[in-house]
Design a protein around this ligand. Structure first.
Ligand code: HEC
Length: 116
């Protein structure tokens, strides 16, 4: 039992730093996010920006939001979206012609890493 407690407490402490390193965001995608996405979604993905609040942008860090599929993320980024939600007009431009497919893939990974 005691060794289990030891494992539970100390093993994560040893491994967490290396995991954190492995998940450090790709600097190019990080720049892309800050330049093209963060004005609405916020640097942290919470949507707590002036624009984000106006359009009731959702909190991408929440586990409920993260239930979205990778394909849906890509489709919305590529094709943009325009919808009414609870009387709020939500609009995002289509990025297909502005981003390469590998940049969109990078953004999916980036968005996944925002999860709480
Ligand atoms: C002009 C503001 C604005 C910008 C800039 C913007 N978005 Fe959005 N985005 C929105 C709005 C509004 C929504 C719809 C509300 C929501 O789902 O939070 C949305 C929704 C999304 C969704 C969820 C789509 C869905 O199907 O529910 C994803 C993923 C997303 N944006 C990614 C991005 C990425 C990646 C970028 C940068 C390349 C970006 N957005 C830039 C406004 C913006």
């Amino acid at each position: 039992m005691r060794s289990l407690v030891f494992l539970a407490l100390f093993v994560p402490a040893i491994f967490v730093p290396s995991i954190a390193l492995a998940e450090a965001p790709n600097p190019q995608i990080d720049r892309l996010w800050r330049a093209k996405c963060s004005s609405c979604h916020g640097p942290d993905g919470k949507g707590a920006t002036e624009q984000g609040k106006k359009m009731a942008v959702e909190d991408m860090t929440s586990p409920a939001w993260q239930a979205i599929t990778d394909d849906k993320i890509k489709a919305s980024v590529n094709d943009g979206l325009k919808r009414e939600k609870g009387g709020v007009h939500q609009e995002m431009e289509a990025y297909k012609s502005k981003l390469r497919p590998e940049q969109v893939d990078g953004l999916v990974t980036y968005i996944r890493a925002l999860k709480k």
